[in-house]
Design a protein around this ligand. Structure first.
Ligand code: ADP
Length: 731
């Protein structure tokens, strides 16, 4: 058989020419029986000296592993295997695909093998490269954190990577063959999202970073972005699409957070504007509280301000804003919600509502009073440490044990809620107060962002309060300066007037001096005539009138002289009662003449005034004269009452009348020189009285009611013995 077979093979080989096929025949022991020309040419060490195929072909000492397989070949079987060998030293491996045909000669076991091999190195390398690429691709897909899925034209899942498993919670087994609708939210289906995706792929061939939402197995909605590409077969027909789905939920959350923060900032800005719109402290406090509680503001249900009262050293409830119950809350909130309103509008609505009725929060505000020395009290602690404290379900969060009682009642009881937040208001120098904010109506949890916003706002509010205070004190200073300026102007005027008066006085004194002597003569002669003329004669009557008028003129002259050139005083201890008797007797005629009743209640017996008798006499004369004149044009009976009292310290003289009284509008002017309401008055009397009394260390007080009468009270220091050297007299 061998020879015949070899002959046939040779013939075959000659027909094949240089066709690149390796062809050889071996026996069961791998001994080389025949090989074709191509093989001999290609393999340099195939020189016939190596009898075994593995020695000739592969330059080895032992049968190759794959040839050993040949031994195990079952009968009648043809095997096909690929051998990877270096055919020549230092040459890259070649891949040869061999077909091994067992040769039987009637026995069960093959007697030899015909091997036919072709070089498939090129295609094998390509195949291996492809395989590597595929593996790489598969491992990329598999290890990707993003979900990568392949869908057929009917939106059925073909591939579902580990990323998709992790993202959606569905395993590949659960999803492969299933419709993608499983992960698309119903609402998005209803608005035609799938239709949109398909259309985009059809027109553009891809869809890039399309942001939407998908549904997880546990029902949670997540934000994703999808990049999808259409997949075409070799003939360009679409066979499906790939989708790379990225979870962007946290990014979206950050975006929302950012947007919220921006909104919050613009809101804070609006609040700020509101705060600086006024310098009126109460209005600022109202605005602060409304801003905290209005829907457009910081969204708390209720807010209360407590301020530090420096006088009483207490932290005291000052103002609160917030509805008393749900019904009331709805009434306000409904109005605010019907359309967008600026914060300013919200504030006016609140202010209007606040004025309309008594809210429960006002009663709460009144109960909130804590002495600042209670250092362990939560509210005092917040004020002094300038920190925010949150109370949640009755517990002070992350705080030590603080006292939360006011007059034996817990703050929770007073507020009617067990969750609230306390935020301090403070300036650079000191704590101003605290704000308590809660959600007593909705019971909504107080989120940390709410507290953060409130903190920022409270800081702004503190600045606004501080600002308003500075503004107020600036206003006060300006007012003081204006007052001082006005006083300065008045004093300047007075000075001018005084100078003019001094000049006038100088002249008046000269004239008065010249008139005085003739006047004394006229008075003396009138006195003589009164005494000598028979009673009830006209002469006597006229003489009395002359006497009175001379007295009057003397008084005027004295006043003029006093004011222009205060007389040198002659000081001694004076019994005021005696002087009053003297004045009463001098004025007796005039009093009697006008039908006035004079009552003297002189009760100062031991008291003495240290001073100038003439001056005191003159002062009292002026008061008597005014009292008499208080009845001018009145047709009712008049009473003048003169009283004296004294104690260890003071001697008091009171001259009262029940005459016309003094209009309150002019009361403070009556002591000014030249102020008079009388047609024939000089306006000097009271100013002289004041000057004399003050120069005796005393004071004048007037008490008067229009239509009822007036009382002039002179109070002097009581000196029962003359001081060594009086410093109080001044002149
Ligand atoms: P004159 O008496 O010259 O007006 P005075 O200085 O004594 O000046 O008084 C100033 C003014 O005070 C008077 O014009 C008068 O209006 C008011 N007056 C003073 N005493 C009395 C009094 N007893 N009753 C009512 N008015 C008085």
């Amino acid at each position: 058989m061998k020879d015949r077979l070899i002959r046939i093979l040779r013939q075959l080989d000659s027909y094949m020419g240089r066709y690149p096929v390796y062809l050889y025949l071996i026996d069961a022991e791998y001994r080389l029986l025949w090989s074709n020309q191509f093989l001999e040419e290609k393999l340099p060490h195939f020189d016939g000296s190596r009898p075994f195929c593995y020695q000739a072909l592969w330059n080895r000492e032992h049968p190759c592993d794959d040839c050993l397989l040949v031994q195990d070949l079952e009968r009648q079987k043809v095997i096909k295997n690929v051998l990877q060998r270096s055919l020549q030293p230092e040459q890259d491996d070649r891949y040869l695909e061999f077909l091994t045909l067992p040769i039987f000669e009637g026995q069960d076991q093959p007697r030899g093998y015909l091997r036919i091999g072709v070089d498939i190195t090129q295609s094998e390398k390509e195949r291996l490269a492809l395989q590597t690429q595929e593996r790489l691709f598969a491992s990329i897909i598999d290890s990707s954190a993003d979900a990568i899925i392949f869908l057929d034209n009917n939106d059925r899942v073909l591939e579902w990577n580990r990323g998709a498993e992790d993202l959606f919670g569905y395993s590949a087994e659960e999803m492969i063959g299933q419709s993608i609708l499983k992960i698309i939210p119903q609402e998005l289906m209803e608005i035609g999202e799938l239709y949109y995706i398909r259309k985009e792929l059809q027109t553009r061939g891809y869809l890039k970073k399309y942001e939407t939402q998908r549904l997880k197995k546990d029902g949670e909605l997540i934000y994703v972005d999808i990049t999808s590409t259409r997949i075409l077969d070799s003939e360009g027909h679409p066979i499906g699409r790939s989708e790379i789905i990225k979870d962007i939920t946290s990014r979206k959350e950050l975006e929302f957070e950012l947007r919220r923060t921006v909104l919050e900032l613009s809101k804070l800005n609006e609040l700020n504007e509101l705060l600086y719109r006024t310098y009126e402290p109460r209005e600022i406090f109202e605005n602060i509280l409304i801003a905290i509680t209005s829907g457009e503001g910081l969204r708390f249900n209720r807010a209360i301000i407590l301020l530090r009262d420096k006088k009483t050293n207490m932290l005291k409830g000052y103002l609160g804003v917030g509805p008393s119950d749900e019904e009331e809350a709805q009434a306000i909130w409904a109005e605010l919600q019907d359309h967008y309103r600026s914060l300013q509008e919200v504030v006016s609505i609140y202010r209007e509502k606040m004025g309309q009725r008594e809210y429960q929060v006002h009663r709460i505000v009144q109960q909130l009073q804590v002495p600042i020395e209670k250092k362990k009290h939560l509210l005092v602690r917040a004020l002094e440490s300038r920190q925010v404290y949150q109370v949640q379900e009755g517990e002070v969060i992350s705080g030590h044990l603080y006292d939360i009682h006011i007059n034996g009642r817990s703050l929770m009881d007073i507020l009617g809620t067990d969750s609230f937040v306390v935020v301090p208001l403070f300036s650079k120098q000191e704590g101003l107060g605290v704000i308590i904010a809660d959600n007593c109506i909705t019971n909504r949890d107080i989120a940390s962002e709410d507290i953060e916003s409130l903190k920022v706002f409270a800081h702004q509010a503190s600045l606004a309060i501080e600002n308003a205070r500075l503004y107020q004190s600036l206003q006060d200073r300006i007012r003081e300066l204006q007052d001082a300026y006005q006083r300065l102007e008045e004093n300047q005027q007075k000075l001018l007037r005084a100078e003019r008066l001094a000049a006038l006085g100088e002249m008046a004194a000269k004239v008065a001096h010249e008139i005085r002597n003739p006047l004394v003569s006229i008075g003396g002669f009138a006195n003589l005539i009164t005494r000598r003329a028979p009673e009830n004669t006209d002469i006597r009557k006229f003489a009395v009138i002359i006497k009175e008028q001379v007295l009057n003129l003397e008084n005027i002259l004295n006043n003029i002289l006093n004011i222009s050139r205060p007389p040198r005083s002659d000081k001694k201890l004076i019994d005021v009662n005696r002087i009053i008797h003297q004045v009463a007797s001098v004025m007796g005629g005039a009093i009697e003449h006008r039908g006035i009743r004079l009552a003297l209640n002189l009760n100062c017996f031991s008291g003495k005034v240290y001073g100038d008798e003439k001056l005191l006499y003159h002062a009292l004369l002026n008061l008597f004269k005014n009292a008499i004149e208080a009845f001018e044009d009145l047709d009712r009976p008049g009473n003048i009452t003169v009283q004296t009292h004294c104690d260890n310290n003071n001697v008091m003289i009171e001259v009262c009348d029940n005459g016309r009284g003094i209009d309150p509008a002019i009361l403070e002017k009556i002591f000014q020189p030249f102020f008079t309401t009388k047609s024939s008055g000089t306006g000097l009397g009271l100013s002289i009285v004041k000057q004399i009394v003050e120069s005796h260390g005393g004071e004048v007080v007037v008490d008067s009611r229009p239509g009822e009468g007036s009382c002039f009270r002179l109070v002097f220091p009581n000196r029962r013995q003359a001081p060594e050297e009086s410093s109080e007299m001044g002149n």
